[in-house]
Ligand binder design. Sequence first.
Ligand code: ADP
Length: 268
Amino acid sequence: KTRAAEFQDLARSLNHMAGRFRNDIHELQRMQRVQNEFIGNVGHEVKNPIHAVFGYLEALASDSLAPDQRKKYAHKGLANLQRLNSLFSDLIEIARLEYREDMIRPTTFDLQDLIEEVGEMLEPKANEKMLELAYDNPSLAVHADRNRVRQVLTNLIDNAIAYSDQGSVRCRMRRHLDKARIEVVDTGRGISADHLDRVFDRFYRVDTARSRKEGGTGLGLAIVKQILEAHGETIHVESTKGRGTRFWFELPLAPAGGDGQVTEAVAA
Ligand code: ADP
């Protein structure tokens, strides 16, 4: 090779490196922006309930309240503390999932017991709204982190109940090739197409007032997505406004034979 050709090769690889460097910088800047936005959102979400608690406590500390007003303010203060509590639990969950991938501890377990556990917990909420809550409980052994999958199911079914005023919420599970396919279907208010791909973003809500009223933090679906991604799986959604919504995902079936034994889940 001539010297000139060598220089040309060198110039080309330097140029290539510079291009990659520029891309990395752009990616870092984008991540920084997302991070800043997230911190801004957290600040915003935290400020309102804290101000509310201050206000109610200040009023309670004065002697000027009638007894029934006192009770009302105390309850409102508690409700705001409850909101902060849920928010911090969800934030801690997100941070854990993000920074410690070893938080996923798969064991082999049966979906049957799990869905019954979640169903029993959420039944009172469904009954209160006169919604039918139905779930099949086939015996399907999967290999996944049981506590995390419980959280995925809880978040999806809880949302299905929260955003439905009538009809039913159904959770179905079946074998699909070498996976278990799990879907949560409701006949609730639905999500219009222009919101659909954003519902997994942190703090994104279609209707903030409704979400708050239902005790939502706007983080539930972001957590669902993160948990499934940590399992190498994906969450899917389809919805028709005014008709209802269907979320579904898959989990690996436990290997058949010897180690398909259902083992006790390890607490995370
Ligand atoms: P939130 O705490 O507000 O429920 P999520 O992350 O769980 O937060 O959900 C984000 C938003 O997606 C909700 O605020 C709601 O607008 C919409 N959503 C979630 N699940 C459903 C559903 N089953 N039906 C209709 N809308 C839903």
